[in-house]
Design a protein around this ligand. Structure first.
Ligand SMILES: Cc1cc2nc3c(=O)[nH]c(=O)nc-3n(C[C@H](O)[C@H](O)[C@H](O)COP(=O)(O)OP(=O)(O)OC[C@H]3O[C@@H](n4cnc5c(N)ncnc54)[C@H](O)[C@@H]3O)c2cc1C
Length: 456
């Protein structure tokens, strides 16, 4: 096998991979960044572009008070006791610095943060994800310490004297042995594109529509498992609610529920507290008949959606024909196949809860998480968006320390091996705060890059 040598091999050129490579290279390390597919970017490039940061100048300018403490509390609440407090703390402690790092590299952010699942205050910072990846790629290509290899697939991690010493790489029909002086950082993303792994760990999600970077087949997980790595959060793989069942593009789910819509099943009955994390809403949706439900709302709720925010871009979906509009609820029922009397009764009952300030059926108190007062569905025209659950990410993976060193099944460090991004466990726990997956890729990518060169 031909031989190469470098300080660090970073496996996977998505957000985590670029963040890790740039951070390590800036500290003097020689880095080989591998990307299995022809085009870097993975899920990061096609994602909704929502990043959970707290205490930014964008929030200040919009009069939003946020802090590390509030972010920490929210993440712990969303994780329902299943997240690792030390990993949550690592996210919180490194998030603002990562936001500034992105700004300093020329990543443009939208003017206003949005509130979404798991957030007490609006903290979804909006970027064009493709532009973010292209920006980081430009910096990486220009960096004298970074070599990017596309169509280059890491196949195995090799250990010598109890330390990761090399990576086997397949490129152009040949296998290369790349020796590493410091080690490897696994940033190979999740495994939405591996039906075998999804079926093994989350058979309930098999009904969900699946997307994600085309190279996201769990390679990083498997290579680290071979070395005895531990895994976490696999029980919490869940689909995201709000995907239109006939939209096979990578367009994100529509979350009209977070603007005040209700979710009803094919019997026109509500079935969940619509303010919950959209992963929990996805799970609730998948057990409804046909995994097929509807988001129902009216004109004022339609108007409350923001343009330019992927999960609220109702106008584009309207133009694309995926929204059903009707002057009355009866007409809406006729167009959706729902029972008119049942839909009318469900909406009337819900409006009664809104007026009384209490939802005895499902305990909904807010639009989303602890944010926003409930609004009635009363002013036509009325709208329906067919909604199922989609698996965008696997939100689980390798056990790591707060410095992203991979831990084995006995929670002992695997020397010379770090991981970051969707391939890691510990942050999300049982559910998911919007923006924290893309966020964790960038934040933990930088932490891993620093740790791999021995910096704090
Ligand atoms: C449609 C969609 C919308 C989403 N929206 C949001 C959102 O708005 N906010 C949010 O927080 N999260 C969102 N997510 C989730 C989020 O995008 C991902 O969790 C995150 O971007 C993962 O980043 P990553 O760098 O870990 O992995 P990726 O960006 O997926 O990169 C991994 C890379 O590794 C490569 N790779 C895999 N195996 C190998 C190998 N053996 N050798 C070399 N390379 C390899 C892959 O090809 C890929 O390019 C969304 C996901 C999707 C699919």
């Amino acid at each position: 096998m031909p031989e190469m040598e470098t300080d660090i091999v970073v496996i996977g050129a998505g957000a985590a991979g670029f963040a890790a490579a740039l951070t390590a290279a800036d500290r003097g390390a020689e880095v080989l960044l591998l990307e299995k597919t022809a085009e870097p970017g993975g899920s990061s490039r096609i994602c909704g572009g929502l990043l959970a940061f707290a205490g930014t100048d964008i929030q200040h300018r919009n009069g939003i008070g946020d802090s590390n403490d509030l972010l920490y509390r929210d993440l712990m609440v969303v994780g329902q006791g299943a997240s690792d407090p030390a990993i949550v703390r690592a996210y919180v402690d490194n998030q603002l610095d990562t936001y500034h790092w992105l700004v300093a590299r020329g990543v443009p952010f939208g003017p206003k943060p949005d509130a979404s699942s798991g957030q007490t205050v609006p903290r979804c910072h909006v970027v064009d994800p493709d532009a973010l990846i292209q920006t980081l790629a430009v910096h990486a290509k220009a960096h004298r310490n970074i070599t990017i290899a596309t169509n280059a697939e890491a196949k195995r991690l090799i250990r010598t004297d109890n330390r990761v010493s090399a990576v086997w790489v397949f490129q152009d029909g040949e296998m290369f042995d790349v020796a590493v002086r410091r080690g490897a950082i696994v940033t190979a993303g999740g495994f939405t594109r591996n039906p075998g792994l999804v079926g093994t760990f989350a058979p309930a999600v098999a009904r969900a529509w699946v997307t994600g970077g085309e190279g996201n087949t769990g390679d990083g997980l498997l290579m680290a498992w071979q070395l005895g790595a531990g895994v976490g959060d696999v029980a919490y793989i869940q689909g995201t609610f709000g995907k239109h069942p006939t939209d096979h593009s990578n367009r994100h789910s529509l979350l009209s529920v977070y603007k005040g819509a209700i979710a009803v099943n094919e019997s026109a009955q509500r079935y969940v507290d619509e303010s919950l994390s959209y992963k929990l809403l996805g799970t609730a949706c998948l057990v409804q008949s046909g995994a097929h439900t509807w988001q129902i709302f009216d004109r004022p709720i339609y108007e409350a959606h923001e343009e330019g925010v992927s999960i609220f871009d109702v106008r584009h979906r309207h133009q694309a024909g995926s929204l059903i509009e009707a002057a009355t609820l009866e007409e809406l029922a006729g167009k959706t196949g729902l029972d008119p009397a049942a839909l009318r009764a469900t909406v009337a009952r819900y409006n009664g809860h809104v007026a009384n300030g209490s939802d005895p059926d499902f305990g909904r108190k807010h639009l989303v998480h602890n944010h926003g007062a409930l609004v009635p569905i009363a002013t036509g025209p009325f709208y329906a968006h067919a909604s199922t659950a989609a698996l965008y990410g696997t939100y689980c993976g390798l056990t790591v320390t707060p410095r992203m060193q991979v831990l084995d099944v006995f929670r002992e460090p695997i020397l010379g091996l770090w991981a970051a991004g969707e391939v890691t466990a510990g942050l999300h726990g049982a559910a998911y705060m919007t923006g924290s997956a893309f966020g964790k890729a960038l934040i933990f990518g930088r932490v891993a890059g620093r740790a791999a060169v021995g910096a704090v």
